[in-house]
Every structure is written in C-alpha cells, then in structure tokens.
Write a protein that binds this ligand. Structure first.
Ligand SMILES: Nc1ncnc2c1ncn2[C@@H]1O[C@H](COP(=O)(O)OP(=O)(O)O)[C@@H](O)[C@H]1O
Ligand SMILES: [Mg+2]
Length: 268
C-alpha cells in the first residue's frame, strides 16, 4: 500500500466507522432502573467516556482505578480528588446502598474510612480518591520488614523511607477501635489501607454490618487477625503486635463492656 492508498483507506475507514475510538456516552440507569445492557456497557467503559445516571448526573471517566467483586471504581475528570463507585454488574446493585448504610454506621462509631461525598440510590457513590496508600495485605504479608521496604521503594519509586514504625504504631490505634466490634462488614486485609497523606489506617471498602462486641470471653486478637486474614508472614511484627496490643485491647473492651466508655472515646 503506498502513501496515498493508505490515506484513502484511513479516510474511508473513518467515514464508515464514525465513532471508532471516540468517547462514548453510557446511560447506565434511567427512571431509576438499571439498563438491560448494563453489564456490557460497564465492560466497555474507557477513559473519556461519559456515564449518565437517572438523576441526569453525568461523570466523565478519567481512568479506571480498580474493581473488586462488586464495584467498579473510576477516577473522574470533573474532580481529581474524587472517585466514582458504581455496581460492577447488574447482580451487584445492592452493594452501593449497603456501602452508604455502612458508611453511616461507621461514621457514627467514628471508625476511620475514606470520605463519602455524594450518592444516588443504588446507582453511584462519589468518594474521596486515594492516591498514596498501602493495603494492610501488603503491609502485613511481606516476608520481612526489609523486604517490605525494598518492594515498596521499587513499586512506588519513592525516595523517602517507608514510615514503617509509624504505620505499626498507628495500627495499634486502629486495632483498638475494631476490637470493640465482633463484626465489621467486609473487613479484610485488602479493604484496609494506610493513607500516607493523612497518616492513618482507614477502611476503603465495607458493607452495612457493624456488630458491637458482646462477649467478654472472646479473645479480641483472634478476631482481628481472622478478619484481616493475616497469614503471619512477617513473624517479627506479628509477634510484637500480639504481645503489645493484647492487654491494651482487653482493657479497652473491659471498659466498653462495663459501660464506662463508648466506642467514640477511642477515635483519636
Ligand atoms: N477511594 C479510592 N481511591 C482510589 N482507588 C480506589 C478507591 N476505592 C477503591 N479503589 C481501587 O479499587 C479496588 C477495588 O475497590 P473495592 O472498594 O475493594 O471494590 P469492591 O467493593 O468490589 O470490593 C481497590 O483495590 C483499589 O485499587
Ligand atoms: Mg473490596
């Protein structure tokens, strides 16, 4: 194909497929109903596309930030500090509302979470966009502290050292808080993150479930470790964590159970 033929080919191709590679509009919901084509639309979402909801709200996709089993999380052009959460598919619609109900419960209990700015029914939630964070899974499951530091430097390209000691100390505070509950919806090692900006452990994802602790007998450490799915690869940290925190957490629970304190007092 010479130059002119390729130019002609390109021209005809563009005419024949006018929207090829251009941004698309996806009317994901209308009249508070999820689109019959929702799953197909979601799988085709690309940067630059516009997502449209029943209330007329539109968001332009900057890029896809990630997804789990239930939700797709997108950076939006309208605001670089915010992220949009939408159901991953038709079957997972209920998680958006569960996320909002859970947020209210967690906020009341003063458990630290990412901020929620806005939501619309089962359609979308606008949350704070995290940019500089590490999951608890990465933090706790590295083979050793030096390996964690080397790995983090390599993937983040960061020159300043990982604030490991601070992250560990702050985890004790977080563990105290969650030890007050027998269950926190969807608490697991990937949904808990350390935010390097605010320097705190926070929940990134949750469901509407928050059961206060009910038993004096139960060992709170066992609960926390089970919920966080800690494999115990970082033996040195795990041993220290259990040794140092058990007593503090027990005291905390004793106070709660005896009605002398409420969960909120431990938020700071
Ligand atoms: N607020 C956020 N800011 C930036 N990225 C996020 C945010 N929330 C989630 N993500 C990204 O999306 C992924 C899946 O998020 P998650 O909320 O756990 O989804 P699911 O509800 O499906 O489990 C995360 O691992 C992370 O990469
Ligand atoms: Mg998740």
């Amino acid at each position: 194909m010479n130059f002119l033929t390729s130019l002609a080919f390109l021209f005809v191709f563009q005419l024949a497929v006018p929207n090829f590679s251009y941004a698309k509009d996806h009317q994901l919901f209308s009249g508070n109903e999820i689109s019959a084509d929702y799953d197909k639309m979601v799988s085709r979402i690309r940067a630059g596309d516009t997502l449209i909801f029943s209330n007329g709200q539109k968001f332009t996709v900057e890029r896809i930030l990630g997804h789990g089993y239930t939700t797709l999380i997108l950076a939006i052009k309208e605001d670089p500090t915010k992220a949009l959460r939408i159901p991953l598919n038709r079957e997972e619609q209920s998680y958006t509302e569960s996320y909002i109900r859970g947020y209210k419960m967690l906020a009341k209990a003063e458990l630290p979470t990412v901020k929620v700015y806005e939501s619309y029914g089962a359609e979308y939630v606008v949350v704070e966009k995290l940019t500089d964070y590490m999951t608890f899974a990465d933090f706790a499951n590295a083979a050793s502290a030096p390996r964690l530091i080397t790995w983090w430097r390599r993937i983040s390209g960061r020159k300043s050292p990982l604030p490991l000691q601070e992250m560990e100390e702050k985890f004790y505070l977080f563990a105290r808080l969650i030890s007050l509950y027998d269950s926190i919806g969807d608490l697991n090692a990937s949904n808990l993150i350390y935010d390097f900006k605010t320097q705190e452990w926070r929940l990134m994802d949750w469901t509407a479930e928050l059961e206060p602790t009910s038993s004096e007998e139960e060992n709170p450490m066992r609960n926390i470790l089970r919920r966080l799915n800690l494999t115990g690869k970082r033996y040195e940290w795990l041993a220290q964590f259990i040794g140092n925190s058990r007593e503090i957490i027990e005291q905390n629970r004793q106070r709660i159970l005896s009605g002398k304190a409420c969960a909120q007092s431990y938020a700071q």
